[in-house]
Design a protein around this ligand. Structure first.
Ligand SMILES: NC(=O)c1ccc[n+]([C@@H]2O[C@H](COP(=O)([O-])OP(=O)(O)OC[C@H]3O[C@@H](n4cnc5c(N)ncnc54)[C@H](OP(=O)(O)O)[C@@H]3O)[C@@H](O)[C@H]2O)c1
Length: 281
């Protein structure tokens, strides 16, 4: 279960494999910095990248993928590309159209994973029908949701023909999402952590510092290793080469059960991002 290698994967409930580790690209503008970050990650062994229509950077992510393919001999099939439909495009026809727009910007003919970005009340079920259509037509390898609480998952699954394969949510030691993780495990939905490093806000934590020192690792590495040992897909964001490398150097140490438990106890149900039950965008 515990991954041993940067390219190790989890198997989603439809049999598609997804890397445990990916590169996040939130808050990085289109341009050379992003192209270089994605190419560096692929060079360093990352095989998964997580973008979204609203990030406004699908073109640069796509450019980096094309360049990596032509320069390094890696194939499209070895990569796992995720994007997400934005709230303004939730609706059956609108979501189908949004998928085509994302593909065109990325310069790809399929995505590995397409997610509903936020559970906008009254809208996400029609969007889910569109994702089911894309999936049944073989246009996307896996479909899922993001920022869904248990009640959103129950609601969408009531009428769904296809169960979401992934739920990507804010998750880090101060927001460990135990109840949601248990529910998703019971239903075969893979949990994926966004802001796994709490956007850099956990890097002074004394408990994490002590554990990191024991292993001669950084706090970021301890957090990401904690994700892996819990069976959580994780997508830390960095545009800096040394951190892209650091965030992938997770496979030469193991947290003890006691250390995992100590990190579990840090939970305060504290969010850095919006509350999925109370957002207005
Ligand atoms: N579905 C959603 O609603 C949603 C919401 C938010 C994010 N996401 C996804 O999740 C990804 C990750 O979340 P995030 O970008 O919000 O936050 P994050 O990955 O928790 O943290 C990123 C921040 O930490 C810094 N950092 C990265 N590695 C570090 C290290 N080893 N040591 C010290 N600092 C480090 C980065 O700076 P540098 O770049 O300068 O290194 C950046 O400021 C996003 O990029 C996006 O793909 C999804």
């Amino acid at each position: 279960m515990i991954s041993k290698h940067i390219q190790d994967t989890t198997t989603l409930h439809n049999g598609v494999t997804m890397p445990w580790l990916g590169l996040g690209v939130f808050q990085v503008a289109e341009g050379e910095e992003l192209v270089q970050a994605v190419k560096t990650a692929i060079k360093q062994g990352y095989r998964s990248v997580d973008t979204a229509a609203i990030y406004g950077n699908e073109q640069s992510v796509g450019q980096a993928i094309q360049e990596a393919i032509s320069e390094s001999g890696i194939t499209r099939e070895e990569l796992f590309v995720t994007s997400k439909v934005w709230n303004a495009d939730l609706g059956y026809e609108a979501t189908l159209a949004a998928y085509e727009t994302s593909l065109a910007k990325l310069g790809l003919d399929y995505l590995d994973l397409y997610l509903i970005h936020w559970p906008v009340q009254g809208k996400y079920k029609e969007a889910w029908r569109a994702l089911e259509t894309l999936y049944k037509e073989g246009r996307v390898r896996a479909i899922g949701v993001s920022n869904f609480q248990i009640h959103h998952l129950e609601d969408v699954m009531k009428d769904a023909a296809v169960k979401p394969m992934v739920n990507q949510v804010e998750l880090h030691p101060l927001l460990s999402q135990q109840e949601l993780r248990r529910y998703c495990a019971e239903h075969g939905i893979q949990i994926e952590a966004w802001s796994p490093l709490m956007q850099g806000q956990l890097l002074e934590n004394p408990v994490l510092r002590e554990i990191a020192d024991t292993h001669h690792k950084s706090i970021a590495q301890v957090i990401l290793r904690w994700d892996l040992q819990h069976g959580i897909v994780t997508i830390p964001k960095s545009t800096k080469e040394h951190r892209i490398i650091e965030n992938a150097s997770l496979f030469d140490f193991e947290l003890t059960a006691d250390e995992v438990a100590r990190i579990d106890q840090l939970n305060q149900s504290l969010r850095v991002g919006p509350d999925p039950d109370n957002f207005d965008f």
